[in-house]
Write a protein that binds this ligand. Structure first.
Ligand SMILES: [Mg+2]
Length: 262
């Protein structure tokens, strides 16, 4: 792992930046985060924002980031919901049973629904929808042959009023009970990174992933053979560096330190 003094041998052309836990936390921007995004843009870096947040569409995320004070563009935002729609469009048979909230379900309006014998059970952020009846129904659909799609597999997230179970906890429950492995749409899946990379004109060595989650952001970057920055905010825990599941290229106190490195 490199320290702050080391500058990348090749100047990067683009940054892939996580949102929750990296640019904002519990509904508030991190100090200096808004200015850092503006700085990187002024310096001529291309920016893409990769988030596993699945309760919102890219349009809703864009609005949320705008309200927080960030200047970013809708077509720079890639989330697992968008990645899932692209994946389903590529499949020959796509009848789905959705476990996602209504706004996200509307985003999938072109996909045919079948709640009795679907090809896929699609699980995203479903909040209180994850009750026994809904989970047991999904379990039976999986046992009867449906494949399982997870928008992402995060186990928990932070809100201003405490921690919440995330959809990955319920995906894991369904995988265990039905003996199936979910196809994951968000980070760290290569397909997800490739969606964002296809929109950039640069090679992998010119892109740096920045995020707070070693299991999704840094594992994903390592799989893609990209350099990465782990920020010590959001989900970061210092014990994760003792036997890391992936090696970040840099570890920074927070996202604002990017301006000193690049
Ligand atoms: Mg994060």
């Amino acid at each position: 792992m490199k320290t702050m003094q080391k500058i990348s041998p090749t100047r990067p052309k683009a940054f892939l930046i996580d949102l929750d836990g990296t640019l904002y936390f519990k509904g508030e921007p991190y100090p200096g985060a808004i200015e850092t995004v503006d700085y990187l843009r002024r310096e001529g870096y291309q920016l893409r924002f990769l988030t596993n947040t699945t309760a919102k569409t890219p349009k809703m995320l864009h609005e949320q980031m705008h309200v927080l004070g960030f200047t970013l563009y809708e077509d720079e935002i890639f989330n697992a919901t968008y990645a899932c729609l692209q994946y389903l469009r590529s499949q020959p048979k796509v009848h789905c049973h959705f476990m996602v909230d209504d706004a996200v379900k509307a985003f999938f309006q072109e996909i045919p629904i079948d709640d009795d014998a679907p090809d896929f059970v699609v699980v995203g952020d479903y909040g209180e929808g994850f009750d026994f009846r809904a989970l047991n129904h999904a379990f039976r659909l999986l046992i009867n042959g449906a494949e399982l799609i997870a928008l992402q597999k995060g186990l928990y997230w932070f809100s201003s009023d405490g921690m919440f179970l995330d959809c990955g906890a319920f995906v894991t429950l369904l995988e265990t009970a039905a003996g199936k492995t979910a196809k994951v749409m968000g980070k760290p899946s290569e397909t997800f990174f490739n969606l964002a990379l296809e929109s950039l004109q640069c090679s992998l060595s010119e892109v740096i992933m920045v995020g707070d989650d070693i299991t999704s952001d840094i594992v994903g970057a390592q799989t893609m053979k990209m350099q990465s920055v782990l920020v010590k905010t959001g989900k970061f825990k210092s014990e994760q560096l003792e036997a890391p599941v992936a090696e970040p290229t840099w570890v920074l106190k927070d996202v604002s330190e990017l301006a000193q490195l690049f």
